[in-house]
Design a protein around this ligand. Structure first.
Ligand code: HEC
Ligand code: HEC
Length: 224
């Protein structure tokens, strides 16, 4: 039965149930055309071309090396949650907020699954930073700072949907996230782990550990 036939049948059923309200004209069902994750990444979905993920996150989901993180190979559930949080404002962001709000729940699932399945891009080399390496692998017990590696992996590979990878992310993006937590501008960390950590770091330490964390596997530990 085509859509109009179905609408007519619903109308008749509605009349049988004693109501005229069911005869209101209906729009075609929203999921009549299901977009694949790839179509959303390339077209931007309802938001149009300006929202096309690839224009900032790259055709291979590799990121832009600056503000836009890599999405390729990230956990699908992690990305889905970030999109929900951008849309609701729990992770406020002037760029991603409006983009996420244009995506339906099914769009967010599909586009996250598509990026998750892309191969992880190789990490770009970042500057050697003894301060960053020490914080990353050893932390600073005197200030109650656990090593980043405990949760994000010795090689920055992350650990499941809760602890995202840092390897392959742009240093500027990582530094920006630490800065936002420290100033409570990012608030979607379920247990405020990163809020407490970021507040104990100086701005210089944030830059050093951000530079190191993007490629911790690519060099030996050089703790001073
Ligand atoms: C105009 C550029 C732009 C476009 C288009 C764009 N993004 Fe983003 N995206 C960003 C920036 C910038 C950030 C980092 C924002 C922040 O600091 O929180 C980001 C962050 C993200 C994150 C968070 C990743 C993480 O690990 O925390 C996800 C997920 C994401 N974008 C998905 C998408 C998807 C899916 C699309 C397409 C529907 C898209 N983005 C389109 C610029 C863009
Ligand atoms: C005790 C565990 C733990 C430690 C130690 C830790 N992190 Fe995290 N980190 C997390 C969790 C959990 C999240 C995800 C928070 C959320 O859900 O919003 C996170 C998220 C992040 C993100 C956001 C990535 C993205 O794509 O959105 C960055 C950047 C980050 N951590 C950097 C660091 C750095 C640098 C250190 C060391 C100075 C560190 N973390 C130490 C648990 C930890």
């Amino acid at each position: 039965m085509d859509f109009f036939g179905q609408a007519l049948r619903l109308c008749i059923v509605g009349l049988g149930a004693g109501g005229l309200a069911a005869c209101e004209p209906r729009d075609p069902p929203k999921d009549a055309f299901r977009r694949t994750g790839q179509v959303i990444a390339l077209s931007g979905g309802d938001g149009g071309a300006a929202n096309a993920c690839f224009s900032c996150h790259g055709l291979k989901g590799e990121g832009d090396g600056e503000a836009s993180p890599r999405l390729a190979g990230l956990d699908a559930a992690w990305m889905h949650r970030q999109l929900d949080d951008y849309a609701s404002g729990r992770r406020p962001d002037p760029v991603m907020g409006p983009i996420a709000r244009h995506l339906t729940a099914e769009d967010r699932r599909a586009v996250s699954a598509w990026h998750a399945a892309l191969p992880t891009p190789p990490s770009a080399a970042s500057s050697i930073s003894p301060v960053g390496a020490k914080l990353y692998h050893q932390g600073d017990a005197r200030r109650g700072l656990q090593p980043c590696a405990v949760c994000h992996g010795e090689q920055g590979e992350g650990g499941g949907a809760a602890n995202p990878p840092l390897a392959g992310q742009p240093p500027a993006y990582i530094a920006e996230q630490l800065d936002r937590w420290a100033n409570a501008r990012r608030r979607n960390d379920p247990r405020d782990v990163m809020l407490h950590i970021s507040r104990r770091l100086t701005p210089a330490e944030i830059d050093a550990v951000a530079a190191y964390a993007t490629a911790p596997a690519s060099r030996p530990l050089q703790a001073p």
